[in-house]
Every structure is written in structure tokens, then in C-alpha cells.
Design a protein around this ligand. Structure first.
Ligand code: HEM
Length: 405
């Protein structure tokens, strides 16, 4: 048995093409549309010898796998490591990386705190902060939209929603970036962030304690469920951590992507200006076209046939949500930013049992910023080359110079 990156490397299954690629290389991650096209071109699955894993970017194949969480499990890790083979650097997530029946309990506790009413209650706060930051950007005329808009906005609203009494922006961002890098192989990128991730982890652990949370946030709401015996105190702390890990960097990335899409597509910006009720659609479409999460894994626990391919026991399968969102078999003219598209089955937030629990919140945040831009800004333009940051899991901008008036 050959172990690579903490999982059992499988042999190439019959009928599957081998693809000599590193899906964690800069050129793969930084040119996703091209990488995704190549991945889909290999057939239903590609076998990646460097890691001994399968990968798929076809919408129907990913959907078939996500529909079988009994055999394609999450409990052996949502990244490249198989927790049945190697321990993770931290305790695995008790929602993302567990299976039913345990998953049912933790997901339901989190669902309670995120009930639609709570999200609607947060909308006014999102709108006030979005309007304030867009006014500041307008006064400045040109800004670096990642550090001057996407980050302050998400850091201004999300920790407040969770109820953090104090926020160290650098630590929250470092923790997210490291955690997402660490879901991939132990490559240069993961190693470069390890020290910062470890420093940030100590801060995050403190921030998740009940004493660090205000009484009106979602974090305290989780602890109240512990009081009611639904979960334990330790589980409440871990679910607060899940909020902070999953929620922060992904929303920063998605707001950056939305601003970039609007700057690069003036006619689409004009359309949302003309009808600001399209703000939600403009945000959703931006993160369909450039999914902030490239991929997650499932692990196959018993030989299972998917479209004539026998996926062997222990296979790690990279599910490229980003590629599925650009699958021409599912979406018409998929590489075009079209805010009038009524896309169904987009996989930006996954699907099925583990679909993103925070998506209503993330979309409410995104809608507020696009709506503020649509109502207040006459024109938004790129004022320099955007710089993308390669990450083992996330598609995100490092810098986005824009001018607005
Ligand atoms: C635009 C921003 C976001 C994106 C693109 C995103 C993406 C995703 C994706 C693709 C999954 C599926 C994982 C899988 O298939 O294994 C997921 C799950 C999850 N997300 Fe998000 N997410 C975002 C924002 C958030 C926010 C704001 C929160 C917290 C409030 C959150 C919390 C979670 C949790 C807890 C899970 C695990 C759910 C489960 O396993 O049952 N996410 N997210």
C-alpha cells in the first residue's frame, strides 16, 4: 500500500485516463477556467498519478457522488489527507468532516443559529457597513479593493454577527488562509503559512470561548444550545471555530470576486445599476463563474460504480466545484458573466448533505455590497492588473486596484 500526502494512493482504475498534472501548482490554480476545461476533457474522471487520486469536473458526476454520502464520505477528510491514515494538524471539523448520524446533530445545532430570521435580522447591519465603506471608497476615488473594501467589510460585519468582542483581523485572515492551504498537500504554500497559522490558531481558540463572545451573537446562541443539552460546551466552541474558519476568508474572497466581475464587465454593472434588485443575481453569478472554493474531496469506502468506472475503496476523489460551474453540459455559454442567467444547480456552495450552511449569510453579505455599489457608484473600472493569490483550496484576489466615481 502506497501512502502519498497522508492517504492511500490508488492505482488507475480501468477506463480512466491518467493526467500528469498538479492541481495545486500555481499555473493550475491561477488559470482555473483553462485548468477546468482540461480536467473535464479527460472524461468523467481523471487519474492524477502524482497524488494517486481521482478528480472530476463534470457537474453530473459530482452530483452523483454527492448524492451518495454513505459511500463517498466526508469523515475521512474534506482535503487530501485521509484521517483513517494520518491525523490532521488540528481536530477535524465536527460538521464538515463527519458523517451522519453525528453530522445530523451538529448541523442541526448550527442551522438553529443561522435560521433565516437571524440572517434577515443581520441585513440592516450589512447594508449600513456596505454603504459606509462604498462612500469612503467614492471619496477616495481609487482604492485597492481587497484591503480597502472586501476585507474591512467582511471583517466589519461577520465577527460582529458571531459576537466576537475583540477582533484581530490579521489573525482571522491568517487562520483562514492557512487552514485552506493545509487542506491540500504539504507543499511550499502550506509550509510558508504554517507558522502564521499556528500563531493564529491560539488566538482563534481564545476567541471561540464563551467569555470572548457578546450575548447577542451567533456564537452565544450556540452555547445556549449547549446549555439546553443539544450539544456539549466543547462542541459549541468547535462550531464557533467552524463559523470563523469557513465564514471569513470565503466571504472576503467572494466580495473581491464580485467587485472584480463588475469592474471587468461595465455593461453588466450598468444593468445592475439600472435595476439594483439584481444585486443578489450579480453576486451569485460572479461566484458561479469564479467559485471561491476550487474543490473538496470525498473518500470512497467501498468499490462503487459511477458511470461505468469502478471507483475503488479508499480512493480520494477531488470534486472540482469550480469546474462543474463552468460545465457546458450544464450551463449555456458558461464562461460568460451574465447577471440575467437563471442558473440552477450551481455548485459554488456544494450540494446535498454538506452543502454550505452559511450560504444565506454569505449571499446576504454579498448582495449588500453589490447593492451599495449599484445605488451609489456611477462607474467602476480596473485601475491596474488584478493579482490573484494561489491557495490550495480557495480562489481569491491578493489585490484589486479599482477607480470608482
Ligand atoms: C461565499 C462564501 C462561501 C463559500 C464559497 C462557501 C463554500 C462552501 C462549500 C463549497 C461547502 C461544501 C463543503 C463540501 O462539499 O464538503 C461549504 C460548507 C460549509 N460552509 Fe461554506 N462557504 C461560504 C461561506 C460560509 C459562511 C459565511 C459560513 C458560516 C456562517 C460557512 C460555513 C460552512 C459550514 C459550517 C460548512 C459545512 C457544512 C456541512 O458539512 O454540513 N460557509 N461551504
Amino acid at each position: 500500500m502506497k501512502i502519498i500526502e497522508g492517504h492511500i494512493a490508488i492505482e488507475r482504475p480501468a477506463g480512466v485516463e491518467s493526467w500528469d498534472v498538479d492541481p495545486y501548482a500555481d499555473d493550475y490554480l491561477l488559470n482555473p477556467a483553462e485548468s477546468y476545461r482540461l480536467l473535464r476533457g479527460k472524461g468523467d474522471f481523471a487519474y492524477i498519478p502524482q497524488y494517486g487520486v481521482l478528480a472530476t469536473g463534470h457537474h453530473r458526476v459530482i452530483s452523483a457522488i454527492l448524492a451518495r454520502p454513505d459511500v463517498f464520505v466526508s469523515s475521512r477528510g474534506a482535503g487530501i489527507t485521509d484521517y483513517g491514515v494520518q491525523e490532521n494538524w488540528r481536530k477535524p471539523s465536527i460538521i464538515l468532516e463527519v458523517d451522519p448520524p453525528y453530522h445530523t446533530r451538529t448541523r442541526s445545532a448550527m442551522m438553529h443559529t443561522l435560521a433565516a430570521a437571524a440572517v434577515n435580522g443581520l441585513r440592516p447591519m450589512f447594508a449600513v457597513e456596505a454603504d459606509r465603506l462604498v462612500d469612503l471608497a467614492l471619496a477616495a476615488g481609487s482604492i485597492e479593493a481587497v484591503t480597502e473594501l472586501a476585507e474591512p467589510y467582511s471583517l466589519g460585519v461577520f465577527p460582529r454577527a458571531v459576537g466576537l468582542k475583540s477582533v484581530d483581523p490579521g489573525k482571522i485572515i491568517d487562520y483562514g488562509i492557512f487552514t485552506f492551504n493545509a487542506s491540500g498537500p504539504d507543499n511550499e504554500r502550506t509550509r510558508a503559512w504554517r507558522r502564521r497559522g499556528a500563531d493564529a490558531a491560539a488566538w482563534i481558540a481564545e476567541a471561540c470561548k464563551r467569555g470572548s463572545l457578546s450575548p447577542d451573537g451567533m456564537g452565544e446562541a450556540l452555547y445556549r444550545q449547549a446549555d439546553a443539552g443539544e450539544i456539549t460546551d466543547e462542541e459549541a466552541a468547535m462550531l464557533v471555530r467552524a463559523f470563523l474558519t469557513a465564514g471569513m476568508v470565503a466571504t472576503i474572497a467572494s466580495v473581491g470576486i464580485a467587485l472584480w466581475s463588475l469592474s471587468a464587465n461595465p455593461e453588466q454593472f450598468a444593468a445592475v445599476k439600472h435595476d439594483p434588485s439584481l444585486a443578489r443575481a450579480a453576486f451569485d453569478e460572479a461566484i458561479r463563474l469564479n467559485a471561491p472554493v476550487h474543490h473538496f474531496y470525498r473518500t470512497c469506502i467501498t468499490d462503487t460504480v459511477i458511470n461505468d468506472v469502478v471507483v475503488p475503496e479508499n480512493a480520494k476523489i477531488l470534486l472540482s466545484y469550480g469546474a462543474a460551474n463552468l460545465d457546458p453540459a450544464k450551463f449555456e455559454d458558461p464562461e460568460r458573466y451574465n447577471i440575467h442567467r437563471k442558473a440552477q444547480g450551481v455548485l459554488t456552495f456544494g450540494s446535498g448533505l454538506h452543502s454550505c450552511i452559511g450560504q444565506m449569510l454569505a449571499r446576504a453579505e454579498g448582495e449588500a455590497i453589490v447593492s451599495a455599489m449599484a445605488r451609489k457608484v456611477t462607474a467602476i473600472e480596473l485601475a491596474g492588473e488584478p493579482v490573484w493569490r494561489a491557495n490550495n483550496l480557495m480562489r481569491m484576489l491578493a489585490s484589486l486596484p479599482i477607480s470608482i466615481r
